[in-house]
Ligand binder design. Structure first.
Ligand code: GDP
Length: 368
């Protein structure tokens, strides 16, 4: 029988098959260890953390994640839930509150740097709070940060101090929300942590988690990212995802539309205008094609040009069919296509939106 090996850093079972799963080591590393087991065996993630002070994300599925949450349900502490403000629906963890019991949840909306300056941040925070409520999450507070630019990280640390009541902090989030970037930022901005992290490790835990020491004997704990099937990202390959994900601040693209006109957002979404002449503003990644056509020809146009003029997707074989949904605005509103961006429409306006099956769309009060 084969011996089960565990990483001495995080306790994950060592494996050489899946780079993105816990416990991965390169086959050559494992071979070296088996030849000379006087050395320490660290998974790739712990190795990078120890040697480069850098967190890399590993992914686990819903079941494993729930087990992980269950294992902390009886412990005290603060939950920091990182979400992507461009993809709330893709970032929310259903049932989170139920699984973490009465622990406080602090919701952190990441990627603030992508929002245009004219955004009313309070409105967006209110929206995040309302969305949390709809998902059963009783957030004690919410804050928006940019992990990449370092914006509001100090304020976040203050909130964490305020709400953790001297207990551990568990950072949870779905993949791609920027959880690793955020934790790396926290590590790099806190020199005490940086010194500690290379030396003090907690071997023998069975959780696939990384413990970052705080200054009072408690820890900031990075949990693996959970994969979410509602993310647009789920339907795109790496290259397509690159084309969709904004890297820079979003700029408005305004169209004057009337009844019978359609805008394609590349091959990813379709927007039919069903009302009198109005200005409609698209907020999506700058390189993405916005193509106007007549609604009457739109079906045929899509079939003919998907994967070509209308790209991404580049690979259409596994791309889901578009499904439609209609919205009527009572006040100036945003139609939010999760993972892609949003479209601002005036009050009392009717529109039809098509998105890949499985991707969510919703309407909110305009944030600009
Ligand atoms: P994780 O899977 O949640 O750990 O996410 P990562 O930290 O790997 O980040 C996912 C993607 O989001 C990467 O492409 C990051 O560059 C990007 N990202 C992370 N934080 C920010 C941010 O504050 N602003 C922007 N624009 N992108 C970010």
């Amino acid at each position: 029988t084969e011996e089960v090996l565990n990483c001495i850093g995080c306790g994950a079972q060592i494996q050489t098959e899946d780079k993105d799963a816990p416990g991965y080591v390169q086959p050559s590393t494992l071979k070296k260890y088996l030849e000379d087991d006087s050395k320490e065996l660290l998974c790739k993630r712990c190795f990078r953390l120890r040697n480069y002070n850098e967190i890399t994300d590993v992914n686990i599925d819903d079941d494993e994640f729930l087990k992980l949450l269950d294992s902390i349900s009886s412990k005290k502490g603060l939950i920091v839930n990182v979400i992507d403000i461009f993809d709330y629906e893709g970032s929310v963890i259903p049932g989170l509150q139920r699984f973490v019991g009465d622990k406080n949840i602090l919701v952190v909306g990441n990627k603030l740097d992508l929002l245009p300056h004219s955004v009313n941040q309070n409105k967006l925070l209110n929206w995040i709070q309302q969305k949390s409520k709809e998902n059963g999450i009783k957030s004690v507070d919410q804050i928006m940060v940019s992990a990449e630019k370092g914006t509001n990280i100090d304020k976040l640390m203050e909130l964490i101090e305020k709400y953790r009541h001297g207990q551990d902090v568990y950072v949870v989030g779905t993949t791609n929300t920027g959880k690793s970037t955020l934790i790396n930022k926290i590590i790099s901005e806190n020199s005490d942590i940086k010194d500690l992290i290379t030396t003090s490790r907690f071997p023998g835990t069975t959780l696939d988690r990384i413990d970052i020491p705080l200054d009072d004997g408690h820890f900031l704990i990075d949990t693996p990212g959970i994969i979410h099937k509602y993310q647009l990202a789920h339907y795109l390959n790496e290259q397509e995802l690159k084309a969709v994900t904004p890297k820079k601040q979003l700029h408005p693209s305004t169209f004057q539309l009337r009844d019978g006109q359609t805008i394609f957002v590349a091959g990813l979404a379709r927007f039919d205008f069903l009302d009198e002449k109005s200005n409609v503003i698209f907020y999506v990644n700058q390189g993405l094609l916005l193509h106007r056509t007549k609604t009457i020809n739109a079906d045929e146009f899509y079939q003919k040009h998907l994967g070509e003029l209308l790209n991404p997707p580049y690979d259409v074989t596994e791309f889901p069919k578009l499904k439609k949904e209609e919205f009527t605005s009572h006040q100036k509103s945003d139609i939010v296509i999760y993972g892609l961006g949003w479209v601002t429409i005036p009050a009392n306006c009717k529109v039809r939106v098509f998105v890949p099956e499985g991707v969510s769309v919703s309407i909110r009060d305009a944030i600009i």
